[in-house]
Write a protein that binds this ligand. Structure first.
Ligand SMILES: *Cc1c(COP(=O)(O)O)cnc(C)c1O
Length: 225
């Protein structure tokens, strides 16, 4: 148990540098810091990594408070978003990747307007059926787009997708390509695609944000969703 995986012996700086060299222009690294302490985020920020992804609101807010002395970091919410956490997410994150329904988008728009904020938002799409993941079916997204794309003061910037477990590299390349084309069709510049295990295919298919956790920070002590 707990044998170091490949890359486990590299330092944080070496991993960030290697990813920086491997990612093509246009693909940025979102360092997924969920399950890791604020001290590690601080270390990454000192090395120049400014964009971080979190999936649990309370955990993220506590770490943001610990890091308040740093220059402002670019926080992205990537987790499943419960309606009762929407206000905290709007207050504490500049970008939200995981909008999975029209009702949630409407709620976020109302709250953002009350708060005088205009978060960048991405809509989570299920490019293949997946019982373990939430997200819009592409058909439904297209059907609801006239409303979704016009929800002031939200700034719709892109689509996010997660490859189902068990896909091979070729299948992932195809589904990431579908997500990219859907974003193109809607005129959205950002595609949040790819994690530690599949970012090369996501980047090949046009990802603009790779969400990498364990590949940057190592294994998480806990595994929040
Ligand atoms: C945890 C998480 C990631 C990062 O996963 P790794 O496999 O550690 O890179 C990316 N995206 C989402 C939505 C996540 O919840």
């Amino acid at each position: 148990m707990n044998h170091p995986g490949p890359g486990e012996s590299l330092s944080l700086g070496q991993r960030l540098e290697a990813l920086g060299l491997a990612l093509p222009q246009g693909a940025r690294l979102l360092a997924v810091s969920k399950g890791h302490p604020a001290a590690l985020i601080r270390e990454a920020a000192v090395l120049g990594q400014m964009s971080f992804g979190e999936s649990r609101v309370q955990e993220a807010i506590a770490k943001q408070a610990e890091l308040a002395d740093l220059p402002p970091l670019d926080w992205h919410f990537i987790g499943r978003l419960q309606a009762n956490k929407a206000r905290q997410v709007v207050r504490h994150f500049g970008t939200i990747h995981s909008i999975d329904s029209l009702a949630l988008a409407q709620r976020l728009a109302r709250i953002a307007s009350e708060e005088g904020l205009s978060p960048r938002v991405l809509f989570q799409v299920k490019c293949r059926p997946d019982p373990n993941k939430t997200g819009f079916d592409p058909e439904l997204l297209l059907q609801q787009w006239p409303e979704l794309g016009a929800l002031q003061p939200l700034q719709p910037v892109g689509l996010m997708t997660i490859a189902p477990m068990g896909c091979n590299a070729q299948e992932r390349l195809a589904l990431f390509g579908d997500c990219s084309r859907l974003a193109d069709h809607l005129g959205l510049p950002e595609r949040s695609m790819g994690m530690s295990g599949d970012w090369p295919e996501a980047v090949a298919a046009g990802s603009t944000w790779v969400r990498i956790g364990s590949g940057v920070f190592g294994q998480r002590a806990t595994l929040p969703g």
